[in-house]
Design a binder for this molecule. Structure first.
Ligand code: DAH
Length: 355
């Protein structure tokens, strides 16, 4: 074997020393690695094909047997130890990362939950339901009819032929078809229910949305609810109208409330009357809500006009009836002293949440 000048032959002890040195350094690196990414890089540097461990064993082949075998065995042990150290360190890093995440993203289940936002019934519908409940107790069934009507049902069959001046009282939304409009009141429902039931006796209330082509102001809206009522039978009199509507007013406003009927005019009733209740704000003395009169107008009513009975399929010689119409929004405004009808449809939660 030729030896180069100034260089002694490689001894097994040198290789072993180098091996141990590499192992120590590697173990130190493993201990100091900050995260699993850092650890993975180090692992390649130490155990990879071109890594320091292989570098340290580069000259293994130069050793004579059996020393080569001894050093080789030790090298395998060192390699296994390092593999284990890498694995253990990786697990430790992952565990501490998980623990940190659990700490940081902790969910405190003892905190009170976020209360779900609860909806509620719109104030106009609260009044509407209250009105319908009272009429149901008095034997009046709810009958629903359409919001889009014909000119004939909204006006003609209610005793207002074309060009009748009374039509001017109802500013109307017409559609592009001149025969079709948005109902201006719930009264056309009277014709629907009569034509369906004749000659049976009728006791119904007809709730629903009505539309008017109005300038929107604090006092008038282009849409609002009405509750219509209709009773048809034999020998129904104006006394029945007064008694029934007074009973309704007492149920809605309180057993002690005073009512009065004033003569009025509607084309579909004869005679016609408007019912007032004693002002519940001032008790009848006079205040801004009742404009000093002591009375509040709550509905229109009358005995069904013979022409209307006839149009509904009832012979006015044998049948009679009374009808009425009221506005839940108007009643709600009176009850809560709401001064602007526009609040009802402006979707302002500050308003709606008060009810
Ligand atoms: N339809 C009328 C209106 O909108 C209200 C009304 C008055 C209805 C008298 C009736 C009634 O049934 O008899 O102004």
């Amino acid at each position: 074997m030729k030896s180069k000048a100034g260089k002694r032959p490689l001894m097994p002890a040198d290789l072993l020393a180098q091996l141990e040195e590499t192992a120590r350094g590697a173990l130190q690196d493993i201990e100091e690695s900050a995260d699993s990414e850092d650890l993975a890089t180090k692992r390649t540097e130490v155990l990879g094909r071109g890594g320091v461990l292989n570098q340290a064993l580069k000259h293994l082949a130069e050793l004579p047997q059996p020393e080569r075998g001894d050093v080789g065995r030790r090298a395998n042990e060192v390699k296994a130890t390092l593999e284990k150290a890498f694995a253990a360190r990786r697990e430790a890093l992952e565990t501490s990362l998980l623990e940190m995440q659990l700490r940081q993203e902790a969910l405190d289940v003892t905190l009170p939950g976020r209360p779900p936002v609860r909806g509620r019934i719109h104030p106009a519908n609260q009044t509407l339901r209250q009105i319908l409940r009272i009429w149901a107790e008095m034997g009046f069934q709810v009958y629903r009819s359409r919001e889009v009507e014909t000119d004939e049902l909204n006006f003609g069959l209610l005793n207002m032929p074309p060009y009748h001046p009374a039509r001017d009282q109802w500013d109307t939304f017409y559609t592009t078809n001149p025969q079709v409009l948005l109902r201006t009141h719930t009264s056309p429902g009277q014709i629907h229910v009569m034509r369906e039931r004749a000659p049976q006796p009728i006791r119904v209330v007809l709730p629903g949305m009505c539309y008017r082509y109005e300038q929107v102001t604090a006092r008038s809206e282009i849409q609002f609810n009405q509750v219509e009522g209709l009773a048809v039978g034999r020998r129904i009199t104006f006394a029945d109208l007064k008694g029934t509507l007074t009973a309704f007013a007492r149920r809605l406003f309180g057993a002690q409330v005073a009512t009065r009927f004033r003569a009025a005019h509607f084309p579909f009733t004869e005679p016609s009357a408007e019912m007032d209740v004693e002002c519940f704000v001032c008790g009848g003395v006079g205040c801004p809500v009742c404009k000093g009169t002591g009375w509040l107008e709550v509905l229109g009513s009358g005995m069904v006009h013979p022409t209307v009975l006839n149009n509904g399929g009832y012979d006015p010689a044998q049948f009679s009836g009374f009808a009425f119409g009221m506005g839940p929004e108007r009643l709600t405004m009176l009850k809560h002293r709401i001064e602007d009808i526009r609040y009802f449809w402006s979707n302002d939660l500050r308003f709606l949440e008060q009810f």
